[in-house]
Write a protein that binds this ligand. Structure first.
Ligand SMILES: Nc1ncnc2c1ncn2[C@@H]1O[C@H](COP(=O)(O)OP(=O)(O)O)[C@@H](O)[C@H]1O
Ligand SMILES: [Mg+2]
Length: 265
């Protein structure tokens, strides 16, 4: 079964379509990167997948279910810059917030708000997800003391606590240095052994190294399978392709496919 299946998706906030005729598939264990210009509809697409918005037309299925029925199947990691560094909270507490047991009715509202005491099973679970992201040794540190890359790995551990089948990340490495970015993408790649990954990113040179598919979203969505058509980002002179060039290339390739498809049919 496909982890994610989108067909004929249309969405607009107001009059103008933000997403139009969007199709997208994510298979078990796939690493899919979403790229595209600012305002192209990437975050909107993620919100639709997570059931925070409803499509005007078309279908979205997560493991065959409607997004709102499949919330437990999704782990979400927000943009790096959305974290308040002054908030006095430890790594362990951040990870614990992702633990679904904390949201059950048996836990009092006070405990839900201030989850300060944890039982052994909860700690063990948090520890094992922190180990997965190589942050177990930092479990007592305050998040404000960590580097951007370390903090994002903690946010990934937090999302993993609920054992999602699909991990969604919206620009997780913005303003993180290249070394930190690579660590995060290598980690995500490793995680595809147990789940699928859908990540919005601008870090093209890193993304193309790890992703199975790149989806260019700008109102429409065009999928490029890197396993069949690898993209070599380094020009012969060793210069990097810039994002715009790659986007244009992907869009043109897809336009050509559409044209050919149109002619043949
Ligand atoms: N809550 C909203 N209400 C109205 N328009 C919105 C809202 N959120 C985003 N938009 C508009 O929808 C378009 C797509 O936005 P977004 O999905 O955030 O793009 P991206 O993540 O690719 O930068 C933009 O034109 C943006 O201004
Ligand atoms: Mg966005």
């Amino acid at each position: 079964m496909k982890v994610l299946e989108i067909e004929g998706l249309e969405f607009s906030y107001e009059r103008e379509a933000v997403l139009s005729d969007v199709a997208l598939e994510v298979d078990d264990g796939e690493f899919v990167a979403i790229i595209g210009p600012n305002g192209g509809g990437k975050s909107t697409l993620l919100k639709l997948i997570m059931g925070q918005l409803l499509p005007d037309r078309g279908t979205i299925r997560l493991l065959g279910k409607f997004p709102r029925e499949a919330r437990n199947e999704i782990g979400y990691v927000p943009q790096n810059t959305n974290v308040n560094l002054d908030f006095p909270i430890r790594v362990l507490d951040v990870v614990m917030m992702g633990n679904p047991r904390r949201h059950r009715e048996s836990v009092s509202w006070w405990e839900r708000l201030f989850p300060v005491r944890y039982n052994t099973a909860e700690k063990r679970c948090a520890y094992s997800t922190l180990e997965k992201v190589s942050m177990a040794e930092e479990l007592g540190r305050r998040i404000g003391e960590l580097s951007g890359g370390q903090r994002q790995r903690v946010m990934i551990a937090r999302a993993l606590c609920a054992h999602p089948r699909l991990l969604i990340l919206d620009e997780p490495t913005s303003s993180i240095d290249i070394d930190g970015q690579k660590k995060i993408y290598a980690l995500l790649k490793e995680l595809t052994g147990e789940l699928s990954v859908l990540v919005v990113s601008h870090d093209l040179s890193v993304v193309t190294e790890y992703a199975d598919k790149v989806v260019y979203v700008n109102r429409r969505a065009y999928t490029h399978d890197l396993r069949h058509n690898p993209i070599h980002l380094n020009t012969p002179e060793g210069e990097h392709f810039c994002e715009i060039e790659l986007m244009q290339m992907l869009a043109e390739q897809n336009c050509e496919c559409e044209l050919h498809g149109g002619k043949e049919s």
